[in-house]
Design a protein around this ligand. Structure first.
Ligand code: TA6
Length: 301
């Protein structure tokens, strides 16, 4: 059952934990000494993160819908149990069903200066019609000196699954036409933008939108070198990093991205996808984690 605003306020009367409504969606805002993070239970989507004394790090489209009719465009949507197109059923929605479903807020806890919320999605009639398996999926959002997201999947069925997934993070950037991403040098990639060709990254990635690349066997950190800050994305339980920006033509084709807004965003996604899909046996669990922090570069206020 999905809680109303009043129920949520009664369940979690905690310092720095607030709920409000934005159009038809509930938004939970967590604030502590380290900053603030906003999450909507619709798709368990983080829709804002501002480190204390810093600027907003997450991009959300000005034309994003908050009416529950579709995932919010921007933020950190959860793609699960498949990333991109369904591997064998092209009529299924891209990026799985988790971002289309309302999740429950399972718990919120404030321990010292750390705040953690856990959201939960489990198999029900609607998910079973799309994907006939018993599962529990949890997203823990931890606001500490960093923002940490842990996507925990549990196989409660009696079959082994082949999964792909992503924390499809949209970062707010100064100018997507002038960005270097560190950490991907030497990796093999699959380039969707260029018709699925494969290649090897032979230098730090200079983003020239449009770009839609899936980098394989990337276990370390990716760093977005924005004009005035470096955004670090550290990960665990993830072998794939996806870099996406639709560019001008792509943005014109997406009705919830304003035509000129592609310059303000860059997706660097923590994933397991394509060649890095993995198996999850009955009773097994897997956690996909992303830890985000900002480093202000010299001379910035
Ligand atoms: O992660 C990159 C990508 O898979 C792109 O191919 C692009 O289509 C993007 O995600 C957005 O997908 P969406 O279904 O949210 O429009």
């Amino acid at each position: 059952m999905i809680d109303t605003l009043i129920t949520l306020r009664n369940r979690f009367p905690l310092p720095g934990v607030h709920f409000h409504q934005r159009d038809r969606l509930v938004v939970m805002e967590l604030t502590n000494a380290h900053g603030s993070v906003s999450i909507t239970p619709m798709g368990a989507t983080v829709i804002g993160y501002t480190p204390e004394g810093g600027e907003e790090m997450i991009w959300v489209s000005d034309t994003a819908r908050f009416d529950g009719s579709r995932p919010v465009r921007g933020g950190i949507p959860v793609c699960w149990p498949w990333f991109g197109a369904h591997p064998s059923e092209p009529e299924q929605k891209a990026h799985g069903f988790a971002r289309h479903r309302p999740w429950e807020i399972e718990s919120v806890a404030v321990e010292g200066d750390i705040t953690r919320a856990i959201l939960r999605l489990q198999a029900d009639e609607a998910t079973t019609r799309i994907w006939p398996h018993d599962f529990v999926l949890r997203l823990a959002v931890t606001l500490d000196v960093t923002l940490r997201l842990d996507l925990m999947a549990e196989n409660r069925s009696n079959e082994t699954w082949r999964l792909s997934e992503a924390l499809h993070s949209y970062f707010r950037v100064q100018d997507a036409r002038d960005i270097l991403v560190d950490g991907l040098d030497g990796l093999k990639y699959w380039d969707k933008q260029q018709g699925g060709i494969r290649g090897t990254q032979t230098s730090p990635l200079r983003v020239r939108p449009p770009i839609d690349r899936v980098y394989f066997d990337h276990m370390g950190e990716a760093v977005i070198n924005d004009t005035r800050r470096r955004i670090h994305i550290d990960k665990a339980g993830s072998q794939t990093t996806v870099v996406w920006n639709p560019g001008p033509d792509g943005a014109r084709g997406i009705d919830d991205i304003p035509d000129d807004a592609w310059t303000d965003m860059l997706c660097v996604e923590t994933a397991n996808a394509i060649d890095n899909r993995y198996r999850l046996a009955p009773g097994e669990r897997h956690t996909l984690s992303a830890t985000i922090h900002v480093e202000r570069t010299a001379g910035t206020p």
